[in-house]
Design a protein around this ligand. Structure first.
Ligand code: C5P
Length: 244
């Protein structure tokens, strides 16, 4: 285990801490109801743009005050001064993770904004809704896989703490960058659940085995008949890999 990883405690993190439940709701009321239903089964929540624009930022503070960990998936990207100041302000909310787009200027500015705070930055390399044709249309001369690799390397150079990536890419990135980067993977689908719009879904156990530190799970929990049982099953799946 590398020293950096040992210091962050990532290797020994309990399975429950590795599950991040996505609160993709438009109102705080719905999110609060879900958090109540989930109780102790979930320790870490993700608030994305939808909820952030519907009162999700004060709600993030409430979650932190209630002892939960919070991932703000705000995908920041602006001129450097604005990004630095925005990140410094987000750090005051007490969240653990914040996403920024993996542009070199943006990442450097974001790192300056969180310096000296416990907020960790995760870089979004290429949105998973983009394919090679979409990138060409947007003016890029790279295929998705080449742009992901390029931006991941730039993220590492900027000192970014981790990457958001699909579980299918986790193994290669772990091999390439070693243990120093936090890897968080959405697109998780427990055995038997619907894949819906996730095209490269993986089970919780497979994602953890591939090297993901954190698993972001939305609808398989929030749309389950029994969200708490769904969360517990995912935690058990992750724990099964960690105890091997
Ligand atoms: O409901 P589901 O499990 O598909 O939710 C996954 C969550 O992860 C959503 O909040 C979605 O915005 C987010 N996400 C994703 N793919 C990415 C980045 C984020 O699905 N590449």
């Amino acid at each position: 285990m590398s020293e950096a990883r040992a210091l962050t405690g990532l290797e020994s993190l309990p399975a429950r801490q590795r599950l991040i439940a996505a609160l993709d709701f438009s109102t705080v009321r719905e999110a609060e109801t879900m958090v109540e239903r989930l109780g102790d089964s979930v320790a870490f929540y993700k608030i994305g743009m939808e909820l952030a624009y519907g009162g999700g930022l004060p709600f993030a503070k409430d979650l932190v005050a209630a002892g939960k960990r919070v991932f703000l998936d705000l995908k920041l990207h602006d001129i450097p001064t604005t990004v630095t100041k925005a990140c410094a302000n987000v750090a005051r909310l007490g969240a653990d993770f914040l996403t920024v787009h993996a542009y070199p200027q943006t990442m450097g500015a974001a790192m300056a904004g969180v310096a000296g705070t416990p907020l960790r930055l995760l870089a979004v390399t290429v949105m998973t809704s983009y394919d090679d044709q979409d990138l060409r249309e947007a003016g890029y001369a790279f295929a998705v896989k080449d742009l992901v690799a390029r931006r991941a390397e730039q993220a590492r150079r900027a000192g970014i703490h981790g990457l958001i990536l699909s579980a299918g890419e986790a193994k290669a990135m772990r091999a390439k960058f070693g243990p120093e980067l936090i890897l968080a993977t959405p697109g998780i689908r427990p055995v038997g659940s619907e894949t819906r719009d996730q095209k490269r879904a993986m089970t919780p156990a497979a994602a953890r085995a591939a090297g993901a530190d954190y698993l972001v799970v939305g609808r398989p929990i929030t749309e389950a008949n029994d969200p708490k049982a769904a969360a517990e099953a995912i935690v058990a799946d992750i724990a099964g890999v960690d105890s091997e």
